[in-house]
Design a protein around this ligand. Structure first.
Ligand code: PRX
Length: 649
């Protein structure tokens, strides 16, 4: 990393929430935000205890925080059941017959589950899991389409104390194997398939392939979504609906220790091996509950919709745990935003009267490209609040979202956070924070965010540096599953007792945080993290490939696209189909999200004399077509000039 991180964005437009919005909001003035923020930093124990008391604890905590850096325990001594908080609690607080999930499948089918019905389904599935031998602390891999049963399976695991690990349905069989092996899962919950862009995604087929390699799974429970014929292996595979018929719709929620593991979610890092981020129960629930309540300003008559997939952290915290703990009504949609056309999201907002809409900048850019005619055909007047997550939002996309979708009436919460943080860390509070297009603005309660330079000194306004969090927070990751030393090394090694997020950022003179992007070898493709090393190792696993280097290139819709430079093995001749074959190989190894946009075959890669691939040069080459930085360490300059010529073709 260069000593100073440069940022060229300068944005002066400021948008304040309307008086009408502020008046009804939970946090309605900056003075109120500042007062609560100060308390949350100076007296975190009393601040978080007050928030936590809104939830149901079977046994109260002895201590709010036990901080033994870098290991935190929150609400020590307490016992709770996360599923009881997300579901049972609402049966006695007036929300029993309120819609919890309004679901729409991609083909257009619809279902509504009230909190009462959700409770019955979660209880049934908890009984199914137990009847199939799943116990507390067992790991359960969930590989599902976006159907209510995905949330039900997660909640049922939480209810019996099993640790779920959801794998995004777009990931490949090989990715499933990696996650099964690392987590040591003994059960899988999946479906025959799901619908995406008018086609069936054959989920069970990928699971079958994975289970040929990984033998530790004793039970695979299959939800029937498409009705297509699939393979069911006797003794291992059972149907969800058949198992559910055998059990009762009631189940007593046992209390688990506040630090009981809740889930593992894999995310990419700088090395080829994904990291299993471990979250635990009490602190995570308090974090997702509180952030949801204040940042989405949840009101009892809201219809909330987060368009993420449950396979990502956004789906965990802002589809399943946060919104359900708040007892809100939410919309869940199975399919693609452009099926049958780019009007689908706007149609759903109009149909169900969505008030709060949370999506990703990449989707917004795709909508802009598709044209205004799609939102123009729909009445979006039910909306009152908009949100974004996943990557920095470019000001043009922000303005379009604000004007076209929000009719200049809806505040936008640009929320910065990570799989590791568990809940939103930096974001406007919609009723009070003045927003500027492109900044996630100010830290949320309890978040001591700062920008530090290489030496650990705090940067002044407009000076780029590393984004860090200086105090523990309730929903922070507890470790990397099975690898405490990697946990220490990855997040806590730069500055003593301080969490390094891996992002470069700056603050402006008003204290707003502007995220510049990742500082490590991690790409952000459509708001999803992808390690360059992961794509490289997928490429090198092909028998024809000797070496590969992967870099990102700015991409109009995806934010970043994947560009790969590949050297074939001695004696292997490039064919017309080689690039296509290699792209397909990566998609099969990781998932479609990792498919390179471009593959450049090259006889050699630019390297230092010690043999290290100089990705910086490749990055600059694909972004600008030239190389300007210091290249004196390069072993052979002709490699670069050849690449330059090739790229120009
Ligand atoms: O680089 C930041 C970017 O996404 C990374 C976290 O990725 P992941 O763990 O997959 O979680 C994504 C959803 C929470 C961050 O390190 N990022 C996320 N949100 C924003 C963002 N960058 C800028 N602005 C955001 N609002």
């Amino acid at each position: 990393m260069s000593k100073k991180i440069e940022s060229h964005l300068s944005e002066n437009r400021v948008f304040k929430p309307s008086r009408e919005f502020s008046k009804k909001a939970r946090i309605s003035s900056m003075a109120q935000y500042r007062r609560m923020y100060r308390e949350s930093i100076e007296k975190p124990a009393s601040f978080w205890a007050r928030e936590a008391k809104e939830l149901h604890w079977q046994k109260r905590w002895k201590k709010v925080l036990d901080w033994n850096p870098p290991f935190a325990k929150w609400f020590t001594g307490a016992r709770l059941n996360v599923a009881e908080n997300c579901v049972d609690r609402h049966l006695t607080n007036g929300r029993k017959n309120k819609a919890a999930i309004i679901w729409e499948g991609e083909p257009g089918d619809q279902r509504v589950l009230t909190y009462h019905q959700l409770h019955q389904e979660v209880c049934r599935f908890a009984n199914v899991l137990e009847a199939n031998g799943v116990k507390a602390k067992d790991r359960v891999l969930i590989y599902m389409p976006m159907v209510p049963e995905a949330a039900i399976a997660m909640l049922a695991c939480a209810r019996i104390g099993a640790v779920h690990s959801v794998v995004f349905g777009g990931f490949s069989a090989e990715s499933i194997v990696d996650r099964l092996e690392d987590s040591g899962a003994t059960a899988v919950v999946t479906a025959d398939g799901g619908y995406r862009r008018g086609k069936i995604v054959e989920l069970k087929k990928s699971v079958d392939e994975a289970l040929q390699k990984y033998k530790g799974v004793k039970r695979c429970i299959v939800y029937q979504r498409t009705g297509e014929k699939i393979n069911m292996r006797r003794g291992r595979d059972v149907w969800w609906h058949k198992e559910a018929e055998k059990v009762s719709p009631s189940h007593t929620p046992k209390g688990f220790d506040s630090e009981h593991p809740l889930f593992i979610l894999y995310t990419s890092g700088s090395t080829g091996k994904p990291k299993g981020i471990l979250h635990s129960s009490g602190g995570y629930l308090v974090g997702s509950y509180t952030s949801c309540k204040y940042i989405f300003d949840m009101q009892d008559d809201d219809v909330y919709w987060c368009t993420a997939d449950v396979g990502w952290i956004t789906g965990h915290s802002y589809i399943v745990f946060g919104p359900l703990a708040n007892g809100v009504t939410q919309v869940m949609y199975e399919g693609a935003p452009n099926h049958p056309d780019f009007g689908r999201f706007w149609n759903i907002i109009e149909k169900y009267g969505v008030t709060t809409f949370y999506t990703a900048p990449t989707a917004i850019r795709a909508f802009i490209k598709a044209g205004d005619k799609f939102p123009d055909r729909h009445d979006l007047s039910s909306l009152r609040l908009l949100g974004t997550v996943g990557e920095p939002i470019n000001p043009e996309a922000w303005m379009w979202y604000y004007e076209k979708i929000g009719s200049k009436r809806c505040p936008i919460v640009d929320t910065w956070w990570q799989t590791e943080t568990g809940s939103i860390m930096i974001s406007p509070l919609p009723g009070c924070t003045p927003t500027k297009p492109g900044t996630a603005t100010l830290p949320f309660f309890g978040v001591d965010a700062a920008i530090l330079d290489e030496e650990g000194n705090e940067c002044g306004p407009d000076e780029g540096g590393r984004l860090v969090i200086r105090k523990p927070w309730p929903s922070m990751l507890r470790t990397i599953y099975g690898d405490r030393s990697r946990y220490r090394k990855t997040y806590w090694n730069d500055f003593k007792g301080i969490y390094t997020a891996g992002d470069g950022a700056r603050t402006d003179k008003d204290g707003n945080f502007w995220i510049v992007g990742r500082l490590d070898d991690v790409l952000n493709v459509s708001g999803h993290r992808l390690g360059t090393a992961e794509v490289e190792s997928a490429l090198v696993s092909h028998p024809d490939v000797a070496e590969a280097a992967v870099v990102g290139r700015p991409h109009e819709i995806k934010g970043q696209g994947v560009v790969a430079f590949v050297t074939l093995k001695e004696g292997v001749r490039a064919a017309k189909t080689t690039e296509k074959t290699l792209k397909g190989h990566v998609a099969k190894a990781i998932g479609a999200i990792a498919r390179p946009d471009e593959i450049h075959l090259t006889p050699a890669l630019p390297k230092t004399r010690s043999g290290k691939i100089m990705r910086r040069i490749l990055k600059e080459l694909v972004a600008t077509g030239g190389v300007t930085g210091n290249i004196t360490t390069l072993e052979d300059f002709s490699v670069v000039s050849n690449l330059q010529k090739n790229l120009k073709k």
